[in-house]
Unconditional design. Sequence first.
Length: 140
Amino acid sequence: MSETPVPMTSNRPYLIRAIYEWISDNAMTPYLLVDATADGVVVPPQAVKEGRVVLNVAQRAVARLELGNDWIRFQARFSGQAFPVEVPISAVAAIYAQESGQGMMLPADEDDSTVAPDTDGDGDDDGNGGKRPPHLRVVK
């Protein structure tokens, strides 16, 4: 009596939005640490340092902020020039408060919420034929 796990969407965008709201509610400045080398990242080249970029995403610092399920998009000023910024959710490495450093590092793997299937079909994973209660395991 084995049930097939129901695939779930990534929890990354939900965690980012929750931490963003928490930081903002505490009157601090939310910053994103982004892998600037990831596919789809659109930021000014001069803002990139060692393949990463730190972005201030406070409401007072950006215009038209969209914290979507797949993308983070907004307009920001870099050296006085307006620039459209696009960051795929998978490229966000961390979100934290600039003032305190509190926040969250995110796992590099996009599928951080995947449930590992029972590969041998016998309903157990302990190798001795005994039944174990259901459990979750992160698959990398």
